[in-house]
Design a binder for this molecule. Structure first.
Ligand code: PLP
Length: 276
């Protein structure tokens, strides 16, 4: 029998299969929701405040009023109750439940919240990717559950035995389907600059900052597919992947070394600080 997943819905802790949700929840009808994935290692959350700040930003952009203290309490409680040493909490905030489906929501809807906790191994895993057009909307800096562009592209890539996609808008690199992109070109570490087209990844920021503390500079700028094609190594970052080296790009000529010294150094610095 599968172990039940522990969760919390509108403040009530229960296993996820006992939670009942209205089909008029705007999460269901419009993806009118924002979310976070908070990783924990050795039972303590990694960059908890940064995740909460980003959740607040996302909710503010959608004019949703969130009770951050309650959210922090619930995420901490899920981590403690899980008895997992390593894992993550998924936490979603939805605008609420309409009385009938309508694009324009009713005023003063009660916010709906949902979270669950899951064990997770932070293991080293090279990834195979493909490149594709970034077909998403213009506010990818909001961590919204509206992820159809990512879902369509990643599932198309899966048919090609890829683990992830690297997206570009008119050749300008944006990010991966569920992670940020780094690569080394001419011996310097590069990553696409933050703007409305990418999520400001927490792992991305932690890595840039930690490398800076070791006097290693990361160039944040506009980069193109051609830059990636000439890269000597590349990797993805996310809360659940940590750093994952890219072993192969299925549809772009490239020659990537998953043991490149600058990648190995970055991984060592990151893992020592956050995953040991
Ligand atoms: N970009 C996208 C589209 C994501 O979905 C994610 C994580 O889910 C990331 C980047 C990485 O963000 P973080 O490092 O905060 O997990």
């Amino acid at each position: 029998m599968k172990t039940p997943v522990k969760g919390v819905f509108n403040g009530a802790f229960d296993t996820v299969d006992n939670i009942k949700i209205s089909p008029f929840s705007r999460a269901y009808t419009f993806s009118d929701s924002v979310y976070e994935v908070v990783p924990f290692f050795n039972s303590s959350a990694i960059a908890f405040n940064d995740h909460i700040k980003r959740l607040e930003f996302s909710a503010n952009q959608l004019s949703m009023d969130v009770d951050l203290e309650k959210i922090v309490f619930e995420i901490n409680s899920l981590i403690k109750s899980s008895e997992f040493e390593n894992g993550y909490v998924y936490y979603q905030v939805t605008r609420g439940v309409d009385s009938i489906r309508s694009h324009m929501h009713e005023p003063e809807l009660a916010i709906e919240t949902f979270g669950y906790v899951k064990a997770h191994l932070f293991e080293w895993k090279p990834v195979k990717v493909s490149v594709c057009d970034d077909i998403r909307w213009g506010r990818c800096d909001i961590k919204s559950t509206s992820l159809l562009g990512n879902v369509m592209s990643m599932n198309a890539a899966k048919l090609d035995n890829c683990d992830e996609v690297i997206m570009h808008k008119d050749n300008l690199l944006t990010e991966a389907g569920a992670s940020n992109l780094f690569f080394v070109k001419d011996n310097s570490i590069c990553t696409p600059a933050l703007n409305g087209n990418i999520l400001p990844g927490i792992t991305r920021a932690l890595l840039i900052n930690e490398l800076k503390n070791h006097d290693i500079k990361v160039t944040e700028d506009d980069f193109r597919l051609d830059d990636l094609s000439h890269a000597s190594c590349a990797w993805l970052t996310s809360s659940t992947k940590g750093l994952a080296p890219i072993s192969q790009i299925s549809n772009l000529e490239s020659n990537l070394d998953i043991y490149h010294p600058l990648y190995k150094k970055s991984e060592e610095i990151f893992n020592k600080k956050f995953l040991s």
